[in-house]
Ligand binder design. Structure first.
Ligand code: PLP
Length: 474
């Protein structure tokens, strides 16, 4: 296939009204329920008919470059990889499904062996589910299970952070702090299980003149105060995204954050759950994000998902360390029908082997750094751009919160997605929710397979789209 060029993707100069019109031009299918609040979903969306590498081929004949691994950091090796098709096909023909509690099937054990062997001895056991939210639910239950087995049933509190995203099942929504968590909040107003501390976002919450280390120390003091107010021997676990992905836009922890937090957790013997559903499985350039930003801190329990199966099959997992595994003994009081699904596990194993066999984590770091440099060069000087940041192939662009008229509809981030659509790039917008004080931003999570040329083109398209979206405000 000939390489895709800017000329193939761009459809011509974008006028301000084109950007707004694009948001309105998508078709809606009358028989599907759409997810809200995604402005694009509400207004309809284009049909993807075919995908290869990092390109989506749409029904109207246009091509979209995928800057977000299908928008939410999933398709980490791109689409159309024959090795993955073969693994799926083979397993499907052998055994498409067994119920894990009655029969075992090799793929789950092989996947567990592979991941544990690649994890520097950090983990002792693994289990697999379908979605990130299920992995989070399992992490919550494993924490409870752990303390029951330890003879401390009075431990019943979870502490997590503001502006975090942990998924959409009931436990995950209470743990997180998304717009959807807030929508459903009346249903658990009385909950005494889930508690929040500050986000850990330095840019958002730092005080005048405060260094990153001082900020991290203050965050750990806030956590300690929360633990003391709940009663130290009543807290099960603290849960944080190792790198915040979907709400604050690729915010890595400031210097000293996890060591400071970990000291407090150790003092009160509280479990650390690092949610790596989005930022893990190679996304930031190492298999686990804590290997890049944890400063030596490792989790007790770690949910993983998106990059695990790279979108070829729905699959998630939970990894637990020796300490947790020993106390759990034979297993956990928890099960789902599709746990350890053989085809999903075989697909994930093929994806992970592809990542390692092609040295894609090194490529991820190289191309992530190239993209970050280009985006900074193209955007840092714009008065409406507040921050351009990134770790490996997880990059975030945050816009000045008070630059745009908060009452303008559509807001900036959805306009940016629309401008991206016109320019030929799929962008993940993080649209400000006024009631909940989000900023406006977008994150990029390209596939780890990016070439140098694709990286240049992606940067060009993203910068152009941001400028076009800005034009549409004027
Ligand atoms: N945790 C984090 C950090 C996520 O980003 C997500 C999804 O975006 C989830 C959990 C939930 O995963 P899922 O949407 O697969 O249920």
């Amino acid at each position: 296939m000939a390489p895709i060029s800017l000329a193939d993707l761009a459809t011509g100069p974008v006028s301000p009204s084109d950007t707004v019109k694009a948001l309105k031009s998508y078709t809606k299918h009358p028989n599907l329920l759409h997810s809200l609040p995604f402005p694009i979903a509400k207004d309809g969306k284009p049909n993807a008919v075919h995908s290869k590498g990092i390109y989506w081929y749409l029904e109207d004949g246009s091509v979209l470059m995928d800057a977000g691994s299908s928008g939410v950091a999933v398709t980490c090796i791109g689409m159309g990889i024959p090795e993955v098709f073969d693994a799926i096909d083979k397993q499907m023909r052998k055994t498409a499904f067994v119920y894990h509690a009655y029969l075992s099937c090799p793929p789950a054990a092989e996947l567990a062996d592979y991941l544990l062997a690649k994890s520097d001895g950090a983990f002792q056991k693994a289990t697999f589910f379908c979605s990130g939210s299920e992995a989070i639910e399992a992490a919550l239950k494993l924490s409870f299970n752990y303390w029951r087995n330890k003879g401390q049933p009075q431990r019943r509190h979870f502490i997590s952070r503001e502006y975090s995203y942990h998924g959409n099942t009931f436990g995950a929504m209470q743990l997180g702090d998304s717009a959807r968590s807030h929508f459903y909040r009346p249903l658990w107003e009385e909950s005494s299980t889930f508690h929040k501390v500050s986000s850990g976002g330095y840019l958002r919450d730092k005080r005048e003149g405060e260094t990153e280390e001082e900020f991290s120390e203050r965050m750990s003091q806030e956590l300690e105060a929360k633990i003391l107010s709940l009663g130290p021997d009543t807290v099960m676990a603290f849960c944080a995204e190792t790198v915040n992905g979907g709400i604050m836009a690729a915010v890595a922890p400031p210097k000293g954050y996890f060591p400071a937090i970990s000291r407090v957790l150790k003092k009160y013997d509280i479990l650390l759950v690092m949610d790596e559903v989005l930022c893990g499985m190679g996304r930031v350039g190492t298999l686990h994000a804590w290997q890049t930003v944890g400063e030596g801190v490792r989790p007790d329990i770690q949910p993983i998902a998106k990059g695990l199966g790279g979108g070829y099959m729905p699959i998630s997992g939970v990894l637990v360390n020796h300490k947790v595994s020993e106390v759990l003994g034979e297993g956990m009081v928890h099960a789902h029908t599709y746990q350890e699904h053989p085809v999903a596990c075989a697909a994930a194993l093929a994806v992970q082997k592809y990542v390692f066999d092609h040295d894609l984590l090194a490529n991820n770091r190289l191309r992530g750094a190239q993209l970050l440099t280009l985006l900074k060069e193209g955007l840092d000087h714009l008065e409406y751009v507040r921050d351009v940041r990134g770790t490996g192939c997880l990059l975030g662009i945050e816009f000045e919160p008070f630059y745009f008229n908060p009452k303008a509809k559509p807001r900036f981030a959805p306009r940016l997605s629309a401008a991206g659509r016109i320019n030929g790039v799929l962008l993940t917008n993080l649209s400000g929710n006024q009631d909940f004080n989000y900023g406006e931003g977008c994150y990029l999570a390209p596939a780890f397979t990016l070439t140098e040329d694709e990286t240049n083109l992606m940067a060009e398209l993203v910068i152009k789209s941001i400028k076009d979206a800005h034009q549409s405000y004027i």
